[in-house]
Each structure stands twice: as structure tokens, then as C-alpha cells.
Write a protein that binds this ligand. Structure first.
Ligand code: ZN
Length: 504
């Protein structure tokens, strides 16, 4: 065995051990969100802090730096191999982790906990000013974090974005967002002016929770989520957590008088779950066994939720079973009325409840504001007025309360800055991947209408999931779809679908 092979194996052993430890925290975090009794939260916080410290210590062990240096100097990896990708990504993660001084890491974690608590209270009380001092502290800390990481030739914001979407820059995102925003604003206004008005009250009739659960599980199973390697539980803020090979947890929440929440929420999380379940097991704990980026992750959830789940073809299969399960709510509703209701488009205040057309505008607004907060062009004290002004510009309505405005999302209180754009990137990538899949598989809607979800799932397994972090997101889309990130496929799909729905 030569020195490089030995160094590579030693590096992989260390990465795998760290990932194994981190996956233990993931189990505890999932439990915290699902089953933890209220009085257990303090003890859980101690458990999680201990594990976080251990993970950070392992991830920043100087020996990893030595191994990386040895490999970068002497190893001769095949271009485009998993080995090459593992070393590239391990370097990226090691540098990010070691550049942050321990004091800053601890301060960020401490302020995030307190700021989150303040945000919950401020949102309840509808008082932006109660949250403002925490937002100010958080923005200062995130700017400090960006400087510690460094961002030569780019913006401070890019250093933060890089954590969620490695390799992405705000310039690249703006290039896609600006034309997307203009197209969306005009599409939304055309829809608003249309005489067509779907009957959405059918979605808020009575849908018994037990039946919703049964129906959501049957749909998640049908599209390919493997329940022998996963579960579905209830959480206040739904998420998907892949603990490792053979164990992926989905969560959702039920409202007896709102059908779309749990159903499309489950399809969305199942889309994330199918990605996690499709990662190559043999690479667990190394970058090659990990998802590419949050944007690519979101492309998977959005594809199943919107491009599949909100299509006519999907309801050719699922409408009759839905009627059988919910006779009281859907007995006198036609499939077409139902299809139109679940695709209702209208400007609304809350991002997580937005339809697929207006959704991206919610993201762009946040992207622009958080970028200005980090650059210093926008003072935290002016956030609320800037938010409301932009909201009117994009949606034509002004948030009636802080809770329905700039206090609605958890992200900023938790220090997740640079995270929002990944949602809209996911929508764009989903459209690009869907077109690429269609080129190979033929008419996907025809497959869906026959209840056959296997070809699409296997196509995603092969082209995206099995590749782990072999490529960065911007390269993956070139390899898979033959083009770089683009807003055009998404706009074309939306225009096509909604022109028909709203007689535009
Ligand atoms: Zn998601």
C-alpha cells in the first residue's frame, strides 16, 4: 500500500466516524421534534451540545489537515472519481470548520438559542421591535462568520450561502432570479386578472386525520418511499431526516380542516426521503454518500410534490381512492374541480402556504433582504419597512401584521442566512431535471396516469441520488440536463400549466 492510499483510507475512516457520531445527534434531534416530553428539553439540549462539541472536535482534528495535504500533494486520483470528490469536499468542509474560532461557534450557538426564543415570543406578540436586538446581534455574528471564512473577490453573503449550496455565488443566483422574478410577477398578475376562480372551500371541509394519514402513506409508498427503511411521524415543523442507510424519518402535521397541508407536505418530505434512501450506502459517511446541496435536495421534494403530485395525471390515479376515503368532503366534487382547487394561485402572506407560482417570489424577497442585511446596506431596524415595501411591489398586498410579514420564518432567528435561495434553486433544478427525465423516458405524465412511478424514481436514483456529492450542484445539472442553472424550464412549465388553468 503506498502512502497516498494509506492516507486516503485513514481520511475516510475519520470522516465516517464523524458522520456516525453526527447521525446520533440526528436521532436525538428527530426525537426532540416528535416525541420528547416537555420536561426533557433541558437534558436533551445538554446531550446535543455534548455531541456537537465532539463532532466539531473530530471534524477539526489537525490530523485531517495533514492527511488532506498529503493527498493533495501526492495522490493521483482519476478525474471525476468518487475519491477525487471525497478529497475535494473533505477539504472544503475542513476549511470551513477550522476557520471558525471556537468562541464564535459557541457564541453563535448561544445567541441562536436565545434569539429563537425571542423570535417565538415576538411573533406571538406581533412585535418586530422585541426581536430587533436579537436580529442585530445575529447579523453582526453572521458577518463575523463570513469574514472568518473569507470570501476573496466575492461578497460576504457568498461565504454564508456556501454552507448550504457549495460553490454557488449570489451573482449566479441573481442571474437566474432576476428574469424569473419578472416573468413570475407578470404571470401572477395575469392570473389575478383572470375570471377563473377555483372553489377552494372544498379543501377545508372535514378530512379525518386518521384517513389523511392512511392516504398520505399510500401515496408516499406509491411514489417509491420505502417504509421498511423509514417512518412517518408528526412534528410541528415538518422535515425529513436521513439518519443513515436503512433509516430515514419523515414528519408531517395534520389539520382536519385543511387537506393539502399534510398530503402535499408528506409528498414533499417523501421526495427528500427518496433522495436519502437513494444515496449510495457503501459511501455512507463520506461526501460521495451525501446529498449534493440543499438546492438539489429541494429539487427532489418539489418534483414529487408539484410536478408529480399537483398534476392531472397523478389524480387520475388518486382521486377515486380520495373520494372513497373522504366521502363527506369529496363525494360531490369532480376530479377537475379538485385539480383546480389544489392548483389555486393567489398572493398570500405566508411562504409555507404559498402556491407554486407565487412561492418563488417569497424566496426572492428574502434573498434580496438578507443580502442587504449582510452587506450593511439595510439596517436591521429598517427590515420591517423594507419587507412590507417589497411585498407590495411583488404581490400587490401589504402584510397586515409582523407575524404575517417579516417575523413569519424561523430562519433568521436561528442564524440560517443564505438558506432561503436554495428553495427557489430547487424549483428551477426540478424543472430542468424533469425535462431531462422526459427526454429519456418519454411522456412522464402518461406513466404517472397509469400509476407507474418507478421509471421516474429509478431515473432520479441513477442520475442524481447515486452520485452523492460527486459533482457540485451547478455541475450536476450540466451533466444531467445538459445545461447550466436556468429559470427557463420552470417558467415554461408554469406558463404552460397555468395558461390552461386560468384561460390566459
Ligand atoms: Zn423541502
Amino acid at each position: 500500500m503506498n502512502a497516498s492510499t494509506k492516507a486516503y483510507e485513514e481520511l475516510m475512516t475519520r470522516l465516517k466516524r464523524t458522520a456516525l457520531l453526527a447521525s446520533c445527534s440526528a436521532v436525538l434531534e428527530w426525537d426532540e421534534q416528535t416525541y420528547l416530553p416537555a420536561l426533557g428539553s433541558e437534558h436533551r439540549a445538554n446531550q446535543l451540545a455534548l455531541l456537537a462539541g465532539m463532532v466539531h472536535e473530530q471534524a477539526t482534528n489537525p490530523e485531517i489537515g495533514n492527511l488532506l495535504q498529503e493527498l493533495e500533494t501526492n495522490a493521483d486520483f482519476t478525474e471525476g472519481s468518487f475519491e477525487q470528490a471525497n478529497v475535494r469536499e473533505a477539504r472544503h468542509e475542513f476549511d470551513r470548520a477550522t476557520k471558525l474560532p471556537r468562541r464564535l461557534v459557541e457564541e453563535l450557538s448561544r445567541v441562536a438559542t436565545l434569539s429563537h426564543h425571542a423570535w417565538v415570543q415576538a411573533r406571538k406578540a406581533n412585535q418586530f421591535n422585541d426581536f430587533l436586538p436579537w436580529l442585530e446581534q445575529m447579523i453582526d455574528l453572521k458577518r463575523e462568520e463570513a469574514s472568518a471564512i473569507g470570501y476573496q473577490g466575492r461578497s460576504a453573503y457568498d461565504a454564508l450561502l456556501d454552507e448550504y449550496e457549495p460553490g454557488a455565488t449570489s451573482e449566479m443566483i441573481e442571474q437566474a432570479f432576476l428574469p424569473l422574478r419578472d416573468e413570475l410577477v407578470s404571470l401572477v398578475s395575469a392570473i389575478n386578472n383572470s375570471a377563473v376562480a377555483p372553489e377552494i372551500s372544498i379543501l377545508t371541509r372535514k378530512y379525518p386525520v386518521e384517513k389523511q394519514r392512511e392516504f398520505s402513506i399510500s401515496a408516499a409508498k406509491a411514489i417509491g418511499f420505502n417504509f421498511d427503511a423509514g417512518r412517518l411521524d408528526i412534528a410541528a415543523h415538518p422535515f425529513c431526516s436521513g439518519f443513515g442507510p436503512g433509516d430515514c424519518r419523515l414528519t408531517t402535521r395534520y389539520d382536519e380542516h385543511h387537506f393539502p397541508g399534510a398530503f402535499f407536505g408528506t409528498l414533499h418530505e417523501a421526495g427528500h426521503g427518496i433522495y436519502e434512501q437513494g444515496l449510495p450506502k457503501e459511501h455512507f459517511g463520506t461526501p460521495s454518500g451525501h446529498s449534493t446541496s440543499l438546492g438539489i435536495h429541494e429539487s427532489q421534494s418539489r418534483m414529487w410534490e408539484n410536478l408529480v403530485g399537483r398534476s392531472r395525471a397523478f389524480w387520475d390515479v388518486f382521486f377515486q381512492p380520495a373520494q372513497a376515503l373522504f366521502p363527506e368532503a369529496l363525494g360531490n366534487v369532480s376530479q377537475e374541480e379538485f385539480y383546480r382547487a389544489i392548483n389555486d394561485v393567489r398572493p398570500s402572506f405566508i411562504r409555507v402556504e404559498a402556491d407554486e407560482v407565487t412561492y418563488n417570489l417569497h424566496i426572492m424577497l428574502r434573498f434580496e433582504l438578507e443580502k442587504s442585511l449582510i452587506s450593511g446596506d439595510l439596517k436591521p431596524a429598517d427590515l420591517e419597512s423594507a419587507w412590507n415595501e417589497k411585498f407590495v411591489e411583488y404581490f400587490g398586498i401589504k402584510p397586515d401584521t409582523s407575524a404575517n410579514g417579516c417575523l413569519q420564518d424561523v430562519h433568521w432567528s436561528a442564524g440560517l442566512i443564505g438558506y432561503f435561495p436554495t428553495y427557489a434553486l430547487g424549483n428551477m433544478y426540478a424543472a430542468q431535471f424533469f425535462n431531462a427525465a422526459e427526454k429519456e423516458l418519454g411522456d412522464i405524465n402518461k406513466l404517472i396516469a397509469s400509476g407507474d412511478f418507478v421509471p421516474l424514481k429509478e431515473w432520479l436514483n441513477k442520475n442524481i441520488h447515486s452520485r452523492g456529492k460527486l459533482y457540485r450542484a451547478n455541475r450536476l445539472v450540466e451533466v444531467v440536463a445538459g445545461e447550466s442553472l436556468s429559470h427557463e424550464p420552470l417558467i415554461a412549465q408554469l406558463q404552460n400549466k397555468y395558461s390552461e388553468l386560468y384561460n390566459l
